[in-house]
Write a new protein. Structure first.
Length: 372
């Protein structure tokens, strides 16, 4: 049986102002962390062939090739394994990418977030727009042909027109995938401490900066859908768009409710029907030998609910025949009230149901109704 793996590298040179991910700026701890990470992998990984391997962060491109090699050599990669690593544009150079290729990396996820230099500076990114463009050129020179960029919409200073400009720049780069995320300000981020939720503003020392509200974010999302769909990209999952054949298999594994290992600080995993997560502080992760902070065996009811929640993230939606067989239910009868109440937001597919674009915009409300 094949498996999938996510590895978290929790180090960054600096912390972006919107970021609430578990990451640390003290890179002196990297060596200690790598040793613990390798210990965890050797303890928990059972040697299965991997269909996907995804190294995220944080900033994995801070690691030296020798450290990455120590980690990767533990795994048994399938011949067609999709191997993704996240990179910051300012870390990319020709030699580093060639060495990544030699390790088996065949998919790059580049953290761009915006192509507007004023916005990039305001949100605390270390690169500018030309650095992003140059990083793509270098990747193409290394013959990487499966490249993804990140785009955040709903940022301070961002307008509908600036989103259009960002998408024009992205399309001109002629790459295969884009992940688009609406800004959510979390309490444990830098902005979370100065965010006035009532007024949708960041309260800086000398000024107040407006943040696009939910309605404007929805308008931006619809625009992104419209422009990308007209340019041979399709939305295969709520936040992800790809040219045909370039969907992220690793992400689809999540949405298909399949199992995967999660290694590293704060990483989540799903193995043998058990959901687990690792400790979120550096000391707890290092000191707790082979222990998880959270470990829980899902009930059949919880598995069904997750199958529905995750499945509806995909544009293809859920396969009710599979669900009926897997959980011994009649989906359309069990959930007839929800299907009737929100009928204008569902699309009937040959396999079951999916959410239309308007349904995606209120998906949290709709999906909550599938909870008994």
């Amino acid at each position: 049986m094949t498996k999938n793996v996510y590895i978290h590298i929790p180090f960054c040179k600096s912390k972006c102002k919107y970021c609430s991910f578990i990451s640390f700026t003290n890179i002196d701890y990297i060596a200690t962390y790598i040793n613990k990470l390798i210990e965890e992998i050797k303890t928990d990984y059972s040697g299965e062939k991997l269909k996907t391997l995804y190294i995220g962060g944080g900033t994995p491109s801070l690691l030296k090739i020798e450290d990455l090699k120590k980690i990767i050599n533990i795994f048994n990669l399938d011949t067609d394994c999709e191997f993704t690593i996240e990179l910051n544009p300012d870390d990319i150079n020709l030699n580093y990418l060639k060495e990544l290729q030699d390790l088996g990396v065949n998919r790059l996820s580049i953290g761009s977030q915006s192509f507007n230099d004023k916005i990039l500076n305001f949100i605390g990114r270390r690169h500018d727009s030309q650095c992003i463009i140059k990083s793509i050129e270098i990747a193409k020179k290394c013959n990487f042909n499966n490249i993804s960029l990140d785009l955040i919409y709903g940022l301070p200073l961002q307008t509908i027109e600036l989103i259009k400009t960002d998408l024009d720049t992205f399309l001109n780069l002629d790459i295969q995938h884009i992940s688009t995320y609406g800004l959510k300000i979390e309490e444990n981020s830098y902005w979370g401490k100065i965010f006035n939720e009532k007024n949708y503003q960041l309260e800086l020392i000398n000024s107040k900066i407006d943040i696009p509200n939910d309605d404007i974010q929805a308008e931006m999302y619809e625009l992104i859908n419209d422009i990308l769909s007209k340019n041979k990209f399709y939305r295969y999952e709520i936040s992800n768009f790809a040219k045909k054949g370039y969907e992220s298999n690793h992400n689809l594994n999540y949405w298909n409710n399949n199992e995967y290992y999660g290694f590293g600080i704060s990483a989540h995993g799903y193995i043998n029907g058990n959901r687990y997560s690792n400790y979120e502080t550096f000391n707890e992760y290092i000191q707790n030998k082979n222990k998880k902070e959270y470990f829980y065996k899902l009930t059949e009811k919880e598995k069904l609910e997750e199958e529905i929640f995750l499945g509806f993230r995909k544009s293809s939606g859920i396969n009710i025949l599979n669900i009926n067989q897997k959980y011994n239910i009649d989906f359309e009868n069990k959930y007839k009230n929800v299907l009737k109440k929100y009928f204008k937001y569902f699309k009937k597919t040959p396999e079951g149901y999916s959410l239309n674009l308007q349904g995606v915009l209120i998906s949290n409300i709709i999906l909550s109704e599938f909870l008994d």
